[in-house]
Design a protein. Structure first.
Length: 250
């Protein structure tokens, strides 16, 4: 197995069995949903980069509709299906394992596209450009993206994120990218720093503490990266975070 494949496998293993594979909050998501323009009575919904389904189940509960959950990891989708089965919601979920950047779906086949913490895999603009044709006329997209909250960024956090994700941009720059990709920007909502810790980092820290002593080289490397990310956020969460961009197909 290639080193890159070992790294990805370790990253998946670290995040398996967690409620979330990235920062987020159900109440925050429901607040955003409550502010959306009206959708069709039975909206066609896709959750791209669904992980084990934290966002998927919020969407199912809110709309009482079927949701198509897409992720590159079959392990995450297996967990999602098990959760759906346990909740009596298996008929409300369709899972698709594959590359969310090259979905072979008919144009205008989605009314609401939801994606938390996954667009960066394609870059924000790359994701918008790939997903825009999937949206119906006036269809909505809610996409979270790691964003600068200021142009005055301290050097340590600037160095960390421009190395980890060179495409990181300000909210204004991301808004311009959205317009260039064929969207109207309806709103931007910043995920509170508390949600990062309560729902993602703290559970992740607990799992790391449990497995760290027996971690192999690949897992040890992933743990080191995650701990560095948490340390940066601990000191600089006022300068960056996840912004949820509420977009409408223009």
């Amino acid at each position: 197995m290639k080193e890159s494949d070992k790294h990805i496998a370790a990253l998946i293993d670290l995040h398996r069995s967690l409620d979330r594979q990235g920062p987020g909050d159900a109440a925050f998501s429901k607040h955003i949903l409550s502010l959306l323009p009206e959708l069709p009575q039975k909206p066609r919904i896709a959750d791209l980069g669904s992980g084990t389904g934290a966002g998927t189940f919020v969407l199912i509960e809110w709309f009482k509709a079927k949701v198509c959950a897409v992720d590159f990891s079959q392990a995450f989708l297996d967990e999602l299906e098990a959760h759906a089965e346990a909740r009596g919601l298996r008929d409300r979920v369709q899972t698709v394992q594959g590359d969310m950047g090259s979905l072979n779906w008919p144009p205008a086949s989605i009314d609401l596209l939801w994606s938390e913490g996954a667009a960066y895999n394609l870059t924000f603009f790359g994701a918008l450009r790939a997903w825009r044709p999937l949206l119906a006329s006036n269809g909505l997209a809610v996409i979270s993206e790691i964003s600068w909250f200021s142009k005055d960024i301290p050097e340590p956090v600037w160095n960390y994120w421009t190395n980890a994700y060179p495409a990181i941009s300000t909210e204004a720059e991301n808004s311009e990218k959205a317009v260039a990709a064929g969207f109207r920007v309806l709103a931007i909502h910043r995920l509170p720093a508390s949600a990062w810790w309560e729902n993602y980092y703290n559970p992740l820290k607990e799992k790391i503490a449990f497995i760290k002593a027996d971690a192999d080289e690949a897992m040890g490397s992933v743990i080191q990266e995650v701990e560095a990310e948490m340390d940066i956020f601990r000191h600089y969460s006022d300068t960056y975070g996840y912004s949820f961009y509420v977009l409408q197909a223009a």
